[in-house]
Write a protein that binds this ligand. Structure first.
Ligand code: NAG
Length: 122
């Protein structure tokens, strides 16, 4: 009986480690950096955006709110499609890895707001 109770306690503790690890990751772990390239595309300044995830687990199926997004340069749909899906739903590179890059061109930076993502911890 005592052994069973101990086992139960240990599994609850382990389960909570896992759940708290996942709880640490959220949409705020999606990092998007933007900078002007100095190039003009169809009369608009070109901007390069780089996307990473600061989550130590896999953060995938990330979507941005792209309502109102405009660009005079075609954006690579494998990185950001017209529905705001990033990288075809694949996991984002980690913070210390090379980020996903895409370019667009408009008068001002567009504030890409992540609206959904999924987390998988191994
Ligand atoms: C990705 O997210 C969307 C909505 O946020 C969901 O409907 C879909 O099932 C997810 N895809 C995968 C592969 O988990």
């Amino acid at each position: 009986m005592a052994v069973l109770f101990k086992l139960l306690t240990v599994s609850i503790v382990i389960a909570c480690f896992i759940c708290s690890g996942q709880a640490q990751c959220s949409l705020s772990n999606v990092i998007i950096k933007q900078s002007n390239t100095g190039v003009w595309i169809h009369g608009k300044p070109e901007i390069q955006a780089t996307i990473n995830s600061a989550c130590p687990c896999q953060q995938y199926n990330v979507t941005f709110d792209v309502a109102g997004f405009q660009t005079t340069e075609e954006v690579d749909p494998n990185i950001l499609n017209s529905n705001g899906l990033v990288y075809n739903g694949n996991a984002l590179p980690k913070a210390d890895e090379e980020g996903l890059k895409f370019k667009y061109a408009w008068d001002s930076l567009f504030l890409f707001k992540p609206i959904s993502s999924q987390i998988a911890c191994s």
